[in-house]
Structures are given as C-alpha cells and as structure tokens.
Design a protein around this ligand. Structure first.
Ligand code: CA
Length: 236
C-alpha cells in the first residue's frame, strides 16, 4: 500500500439526543466518520434513561425535544450526580435558552445552524476533559494535512489554501478512498441549513484542484459523476 491515512484516534462515546431525523442522521454519520461512536435518542426521556444506563464521554443535547426538553434532561442528569459533559444545541437568537442551558448543567452550547467543523472542535474541546480523540495528521499518497498547524503539503511543497478550501480538503482526506457526496460537502464546509447553490461546490472543488492537483502529475481529486467527489489514486 502506498497510500495511508494516519489517525491518532481514540473513540469517544457520544449520546446524541435529537428528535429531528435529518439532523440526527447527519450527526450520527459525521461523528462516526470522525471515529466516534454515536448513539441517538429521539426524546428527552429516552435520552435520560440511556444516559443513566451507559457511560458516555459526551452528550450532544438538543433543547427542543418531545416528552422531556433538553433543559430538564440536563438538570435531571446533574441532580442524579451524572457529570458527563453536555454540549447543548439551541435555536438561533435564543439567548435565554443558552443561559438556562448553562444553568441547568450544560458545559457548552452551539446555536443552530452550525458548521460541522465547529461542532467537531467543540467535541474535541469537551473531550479533553474525558478521553480525547483528536486526529493529528492525515496523509494520502504525497499529500499531507496537519490539523494542528493547518499546514498542507504535497511532495514537501507547502500549499496555500483558504480556510474553506482547507475544510474541503480535510473532509476529502478524512474520507480518502471513499466517495463524499455534495450534500455532505455542503453540510460540512458551509454548515447545516444553508442556501448555497449546487455549483458552488463545483467551483470550490475547481479552486482546490488548481492548488492540489494542477501542479502535480498524480491527480488525487476525482469527480464521481452525479454523486460527489473522492480523494483517491487514479485507476490504472
Ligand atoms: Ca428538536
């Protein structure tokens, strides 16, 4: 094998309490692609019961939930002396929810819509209190991306990427060898619930290719027609 992805990962067990199906599925998929183990609960009562039955490193908790809201669930957990870090998801512009969330025992919060990169950064930050999972460096063929220094090189040459190009490349190299759908790119690089034209992704991939592939013989970014993109070696 002349291609490898270097992960320095320890799996973090995460309970996601979220009733919105699409959001829950995106969180579950994204977190598991990061090497975390995610379990989804659909309402506050189910979330509380699972949180009290199994050990988790982190709970991602939506505020607005059926049967028991997130604020009540967080308070009940703390009353039961459960100290698992809680990252609360609140609606935009509801500062009252944020204050109540932190008062009820949440450790941090994110307002919807949020970008997946920001969520992962918060997961890493909260995870530092418990077992930590942090990918440090990814390598594929002669392409190398260091997540701590944010340096990207090919064959030792430093590539200068914009923050958005960097996020896009990080997503592709994290999933090297697999196909990353346009939807996943939109959600990860531009955030949930954003209105970005479909050809924006294509335009950004073109910009990224100009820096990552154009100056080099070995092309790594491949278009999978009708589906998305993949970082892989050219088929021979
Ligand atoms: Ca909800």
């Amino acid at each position: 094998m002349h291609a490898s992805t270097v992960h320095y990962l320890r799996s973090v067990q995460i309970l996601v309490v979220e009733d919105e199906k699409r959001m829950a599925a995106l969180l579950e998929q994204g977190l598991s692609e990061e090497g975390h183990q995610a379990v989804v609960a659909r309402d506050g009562q189910e979330g509380l019961s699972i949180a009290q039955s199994f050990p988790f490193d982190l709970i991602i908790l939506d505020v607005t939930l059926p049967r028991m809201d997130g604020l009540t669930m967080a308070r009940r957990l703390r009353e039961a002396a459960n100290r698992t870090p809680v990252l609360m998801l609140t609606a935009r512009d509801s500062i009252g929810d944020v204050v109540k969330g932190l008062d009820s025992g949440a450790d941090d919060y994110l307002t919807k819509p949020f970008s997946f990169e920001v969520l992962l950064a918060r997961v890493r930050a909260l995870g530092r209190r418990g077992p930590i999972a942090q990918p440090v460096c990814y390598q594929f063929a002669d392409l190398r991306l260091d997540t701590s220094t944010r340096e990207v090189t090919r064959n030792g040459h430093v590539l200068h990427l914009t923050p958005r190009e960097h996020s896009l490349l990080e997503l592709l190299i994290r999933n090297a060898g697999r196909v990353v759908s346009r939807d996943r790119i939109l959600n990860t690089v531009w955030g949930f619930d954003t209105d970005v034209a479909e050809n924006t992704v294509e335009a950004f991939v073109r910009l990224l290719r100009n820096k990552v592939d154009l100056p080099f013989d070995l092309k790594l970014i491949h278009t999978i027609r009708g589906v998305g993109y993949s970082l892989r070696l050219p088929s021979t």
